[in-house]
Design a protein around this ligand. Sequence first.
Ligand SMILES: Cc1ncc(COP(=O)(O)O)c(C=O)c1O
Length: 453
Amino acid sequence: MPDQLSEPGPEEDYHVWHPFTQMGRFDREPQLVIDRAEGNVLIAQDGREYIDGVASMWAIVHGHGHPHIVNAIQEQAAKLQHSTLLGVAHQPVIDLADRLAALLPADLDHVFFSENGASAIEVALKMAIQFWVNEGFPDRKRIVAMEDAYHGDTIGAVSVGGSGPFRDVYEPLLFEPLRFPNPYHYRSSECAGADNCTCVDQLGEVLKEHQNEVAAVIIEPRVQGAGGMIVAPEGHIARIRRLCDEYDVLLIADEIATGFGKTGEMFACDLEGVVPDMSVLGKGITGGYLPLSATITNKRIYKSFYDAADDAKKLFHGHTYAGNPICCAAALANLDVFESEDILKQVRGKADFLAAQLSERLGDHPLVGEIRQQGLMVGIELVSDRETKQALPREAMAGWNVCLAARDRGVFVRPLGDTVVVMPPLAIETAQLEQICGAVTYGIDKIDESDHT
Ligand SMILES: Cc1ncc(COP(=O)(O)O)c(C=O)c1O
């Protein structure tokens, strides 16, 4: 591969086009090819080992290779590999829907399966719009979303996502949601901050003005992931729920990143005892092993589609591999592990340990503007000046360079711009958390030594 940035042209022998990756730079960076994984450790083809500090894109829950999940996959693969859900069922999907309905609160009882997070968001958006059509209110067709949101890469999901490079170039394909501010208090000039957050008040104003046009509000409860690990204050979800009730608007909780214990509760909405009208799950649903997602609705929504006579009321949606039996078997085994080991209690203890480590190592670091954490979801925002909160120059690619340096210390992490993300599997061990914090600190120190450029 070419090693000079000035050397033009693509690498001819390499045929993978990686997601969210500038291939022109990828060709020039040290290549990491993962061969296998054990527990919380990724093992590369060259034999080097890396702690999986981002749970393979926030997905892995009980570590790689958990025998109970692996066995369930193998057994199901030997029995039934695939069978459609279009008008036909199979036992693993029936069992999984039962288990999810029992796990989710109140009457969140009806489970619509897809294969990835973005698709499950598309389902939620389509359900919300069609719900109001079925109910006789076709003018309720607008979605309200938070600024800096991330709900996936498909057209509907990008539409409700925040502005910036994820969205702007695709503008001609998108619809425009109504918006309200996100609680990014570190940089917000409008909101009084976490103790007196007024971001939700603005949602109230939007709903008041557009009451008869709005179908649903969509949020990433408590933590906005890809927007920069932005942690909302206690009470934020409950206030949004109250406003949705006041204006009779559906609340969609995108728990694709926050679900399955990542925040310290099974679902982020549980942190505040909130029940959304739809909960959208993905990533960790199979323990992070296989592609599966779910849009789970309450009885009110399900009933509005349910009609023996009117075919037009059914949901016009369905993917070929939705609810694949091997994926469902993995998801059932994932839930078994949650039940048989006291995972959530352990997560809270690990989150406290991680907070203490980060504060000790990075709390006063001159390049660390803010450390945001909820459970095992962490964002470390780098700045060039703590006082002024001045960002680092973009071309310095500080976040990326910190993560590359962390690899020298046996840790794999990925940034979101200049926010370094740490989001390990729930099975992470305290010694591994120490190693992750040490490696990230080493990476940030290196940037500091190079005078930020
Ligand atoms: C909150 C949230 N919603 C949706 C998605 C999209 O999920 P997927 O990448 O499986 O389509 C993500 C992915 O990071 C996410 O964090």
